[in-house]
Design a binder for this molecule. Structure first.
Ligand code: ASP
Length: 324
């Protein structure tokens, strides 16, 4: 039986967040099998079954957490239907798709890129910044030059659908960047591999119709992603301006370090956002995984979902939220 089928046959739907996974609806659900090594865990923002599957395939073959999170993040980056990540991402207010990503491994190494155009897989560029340069970040043109030198090809990432959405927005929205409280699809993905090593990745096209040059939380180590292999890791999605102000991911890992369960740490970090008033009704969702393999996820508002692969089960969770 191929990996894909085996994987989906292990799928169950979460009791707390029963939700129909359209891609999987037609597959019959079979009795849950346990994976060989129960320490392997995955958690990712939003309903991203193909991303979690790609990451799981790496872990299942005894691959490491870093390879798993990169493989997972590359799926929405290449998906033209995902309007918040990579190819198909909604552009900035000038019609350019600009991408941000970062990655962090169990050694505490990190790499990131920001404001990158025409490169489909910023997460892989971020990894190469981490592995092949003496730096943590490359941005804009510098990141694009580095990516090309590493063999990435330049591609137009603006799909006809995204272009149309931008043209429509120009008419309605008077050329102002949009702060949205609705759905974000940024993928943050965290993994623990069979050796108990932690890694994380986060990749996004950022807010739709943002100002040129705007960067959110997603590529910022400590805000959009943080991994401490001794403690745990966290990532998030939503209005980056708010997350940056509270240093979201790092604060969650620090709370876990001080003994908090990842679920409680996500809840506490979300509560810290409620004094931010100037953006109106915005959304943020956090997820976390600790060194013991415990998972957490919580949203500021209803609608945040996250997906986990845990001891042979894939579960889509409708996250609980601060505002009901
Ligand atoms: N966090 C992303 C940003 O602010 C947006 C998102 O999650 O959709 O750029």
């Amino acid at each position: 039986m191929n990996d894909r089928r085996t994987f989906f046959q292990k799928l169950i739907l979460g009791a707390g967040g029963l939700y129909s996974l359209n891609l999987l609806e037609t597959l019959s659900l079979m009795k849950t099998e346990s994976i060989k090594n129960p320490s392997r865990k995955l958690i990712a923002t939003w309903n991203n079954p193909k991303a979690i599957q790609a990451a799981w395939e790496v872990l299942e073959k005894n691959g490491n957490a870093l390879d798993a999170v990169e493989a997972g993040a590359r799926i929405p980056e290449a998906d033209p239907k995902d309007t918040s990540v990579g190819y198909g991402g909604l552009p900035d207010r000038d019609g350019d798709v600009t991408l941000d990503a970062c990655i962090m491994d169990h050694l505490g190494r990190s790499g990131g890129v920001m404001f990158v155009k025409n490169i489909m897989h910023p997460i892989s560029v971020a990894r190469l910044v981490m592995e092949k340069t003496p730096h943590v970040y490359l941005v804009g043109e510098g990141a694009e030059i580095f990516a090309e030198a590493q063999g990435f090809k330049k591609e137009n990432l603006l799909t006809p659908e995204a272009k149309k959405a931008w043209k429509d927005w120009l008419v309605r929205s008077e050329y102002k960047p949009k702060i949205n409280s609705e759905r974000h699809d940024t993928i943050g993905i965290l993994a623990m591999d069979g050796e108990g090593k932690l890694s994380g990745a986060c990749t996004t096209s950022g807010l739709a119709f943002k100002m040129k040059g705007r960067v959110g939380d997603s590529p910022i180590i400590g805000s959009g992603l943080f991994v401490d292999n001794e403690v745990g890791c966290a990532t998030g999605t939503g209005l980056g301006e708010a997350v940056i102000r509270k240093v979201g991911a790092f604060s969650i890992v620090e709370m876990i370090r001080n003994g908090m369960h990842p679920q409680k740490a996500c809840e506490k970090a979300i509560k810290r956002l409620i004094d931010i008033k100037e953006y109106g009704e915005f959304q943020v969702g956090y997820i976390a995984l600790d060194k013991k393999g415990r998972l957490g996820g919580y949203g500021l508002r209803p609608g945040f979902q996250y997906i986990t692969a845990d001891e042979g089960k894939v579960v889509l969770h409708n996250a609980d939220s601060f505002y009901k």
